[in-house]
Design a protein around this ligand. Structure first.
Ligand code: B12
Ligand code: SF4
Ligand code: SF4
Length: 386
C-alpha cells in the first residue's frame, strides 16, 4: 500500500509497474475494455443500490392497472427484482452496458416509415442478429478479460482476492435494466420510458455483467426532456398515457411482438405498416439527432428486412420464415402472429386488387385468428377501392 511504504525504501518491481492505485483505476480499465469490445459505454452500481427497492412500488402500480397485458413474467420473481444479488450468489457489482444498434441514421424528427405504406416496417433493433446473443457473448469476453487482471488488483480493496464470480444478462432475467442503467449514469429516462444518452440518443440496448468485484457506484446524470412531449404526442396508439407512463398493452411493440392471438380492432389502423416493433417515439425524439451508428456488424439488416414489401413477406412459407429469421428476434413472435401483423399492414396499405387476391389466398389455411385479421384487412382494402 502506498501509505505503508517507507519513504526511503524502493518499491518492489511488481508494485512499481502496477498502474492500479485505486478502484477508480480498475473501473477505468474495465471501461476501456468494454469500449474495445464494441459497447458504447458502461457504468457501475452495487447489487444493493436503493434503486431496486425504489422501483418496486411503480411496478406494482403498473401491474395493478393491467398495463402489462400478457407479459405475465413481469408478475414473477419480485424478490429478485428488489434484490438482484439473489440472481448471482457472491455478486457485488453490476456493470451496466449499452450497445448502439443503428446501421443507418434516420432523418431527425421524421417518421419516414409512414411514407412507405407498402413496406413492412420492422423495428431497427430487430433487423439483424438477435442482440441478446451479441450482448451476452461480448459481456462474457469482458468478464474473461477482467479475470486475467485479478492478480494485479490484489492490493486494492475491491474483493479481487475472493473467488471470481460473473454472469452476463440482457433482457433475460427479472432485472430493472433501464432504471439501473439510469442510476449508473448511462443516460436519463425519457418520457417515453426509454433511456436517452446526451451524446448518443436512445437507439441502444442494455445489458449487465454481474461481478464479485466490489467497485464504487457511478452517479446518475441530469435529465433533459424539459417541456418536450413529442414522443407522447406522436405515439400512434397513445400508449404513453403520461410522462414516464407506458400502457404496454397498447404499445405497438407489445401488440406486434408479445401479444398472442387477436389484436383489438381499435388498434389496427394505428398500427399501420409496423409489423414487428415500433420506433416512432424514438424517431421523433430530438436527442436522436445525435444517435450513433453501431460499430457491430451483427446489427446489419439481413434478408432485406429493412426494405421488404408487405406482400413479399406475406408470401413466405413457414419454412422460409424459419430460415430467414434464424438467429433473429423476429422468431419470437412466431409464424402465424407474423402473418397476422402483415395482414393488418396490408389492410392499411393503399388499395390494389392484388392485395385482396393475396389476402384471400391464405383464408382458411392457418386458423381462425389469422382468418379474422384477413377478413378485416379485405374489408379495409375494399373500403378504399371505391
Ligand atoms: C417489458 C418490456 C417492454 C414492454 C413494456 C415497455 C415498458 N416501458 O415498460 C414493451 C413490449 C411494450 C416494450 C417495448 C419496447 N422495448 Co422493451 N423492455 C421491456 C423490459 C423486459 C422490462 C421493462 C419494465 O420493467 N417495464 C415495467 C415498467 C413498470 O417499467 P417502467 O416503464 O420502467 O416504469 C417505471 C417508470 O414508469 C417509473 N416512473 C413512474 N413515474 C416516474 C416518474 C419519473 C420522473 C421517472 C424517471 C420514472 C417514473 O416507475 C415505473 C416502475 O418502475 C425491458 C428489459 C428489462 N429487463 O428491463 C425492455 C427494454 C426496456 N426494452 C427496450 C426496447 C429497445 C424496447 C423498444 C424500443 C423495442 C421496439 N423498437 O419495438 C420498445 C419501446 C417502447 C417504449 N416506449 O418503452 C430496451 C430499452 C433500451 C433503452 N434505450 O432504454 C430494454 C431495456 C431491453 C434491453 N435490454 O435493451 N418493452
Ligand atoms: S414504441 Fe410506438 S406504440 Fe410504443 S410507445 Fe413508442 S411510439 Fe407508442
Ligand atoms: S421526445 Fe421529448 S419528451 Fe420524449 S423522450 Fe425525447 S426529449 Fe423526452
Amino acid at each position: 500500500m502506498p501509505d505503508s511504504t517507507p519513504p526511503d525504501s524502493t518499491p518492489s518491481q511488481s508494485f512499481a509497474t502496477n498502474p492500479f492505485n485505486d478502484a477508480q483505476d480498475v473501473k477505468n480499465w474495465i471501461r476501456e475494455q468494454a469500449l474495445a469490445l464494441g459497447f458504447a459505454d458502461c457504468g457501475f452500481i452495487g447489487v444493493n443500490h436503493p434503486v431496486f427497492e425504489q422501483q418496486m412500488q411503480g411496478l406494482r402500480d403498473w401491474l395493478a392497472a393491467g398495463y402489462h397485458g400478457q407479459l405475465t413474467f413481469m408478475e414473477l420473481n419480485h424478490d429478485k427484482r428488489a434484490n438482484p444479488g439473489l440472481l448471482v450468489e457472491g455478486s457485488r457489482t453490476i456493470v451496466s452496458v449499452r450497445m448502439d444498434y443503428l446501421e443507418a441514421a434516420p432523418k431527425p424528427r421524421r417518421i419516414e416509415d409512414n411514407h412507405r405504406p407498402n413496406h413492412a416496417i420492422i423495428a431497427r433493433y430487430a433487423r439483424g442478429r438477435d442482440y441478446h446473443k451479441t450482448m451476452r457473448s461480448r459481456l462474457k469476453k469482458l468478464a474473461q478479460q477482467i479475470e486475467t487482471m485479478l492478480p494485479q488488483w490484489q492490493h486494492l480493496d475491491v474483493n479481487a482476492d475472493q473467488p471470481f464470480v460473473f454472469r452476463p444478462f440482457s433482457d433475460s432475467a427479472p432485472i430493472f435494466e433501464r432504471p439501473l442503467a439510469d442510476a449508473a449514469g448511462l443516460g436519463w429516462t425519457g418520457k417515453h420510458t426509454l433511456l436517452i444518452n446526451r451524446q448518443s440518443g436512445s437507439f441502444f440496448v442494455l445489458g449487465e455483467l454481474f461481478l464479485s468485484l466490489a467497485l464504487p457506484d457511478d452517479s446518475p446524470v441530469s435529465a433533459h426532456c424539459g417541456s418536450c412531449s413529442a414522443c407522447i404526442d406522436i405515439c400512434p396508439t397513445q400508449a404513453i398515457i403520461g410522462p414516464y407512463k407506458l400502457k404496454a398493452d397498447a404499445c405497438i411493440s407489445y401488440l406486434t411482438i408479445e401479444h398472442d392471438g387477436v389484436i383489438d380492432k381499435k388498434y389496427r389502423r394505428a398500427i399501420g405498416n409496423r409489423v414487428f416493433g415500433c420506433d416512432d417515439c424514438q424517431l421523433i425524439c430530438p436527442w436522436n439527432r445525435y444517435a450513433k451508428l453501431s460499430p457491430i456488424d451483427d446489427f446489419l439488416a439481413r434478408h432485406k428486412l429493412d426494405d421488404s414489401l408487405l406482400i413479399e413477406l406475406w408470401q413466405w412459407s413457414e419454412q422460409t420464415f424459419l430460415d430467414k429469421t434464424q438467429g433473429s428476434p423476429i422468431r419470437r413472435t412466431g409464424y402465424v402472429n407474423f402473418l397476422r401483423n402483415l395482414a393488418i399492414g396490408i389492410g392499411n396499405a393503399p388499395y390494389t386488387a392484388d392485395n385482396i387476391i393475396a389476402l384471400e389466398s391464405r383464408l382458411g389455411t392457418l386458423g381462425d385468428v389469422l382468418d379474422e385479421h384477413i377478413h378485416w384487412a379485405i374489408a379495409e382494402q375494399r373500403a378504399k377501392a371505391s
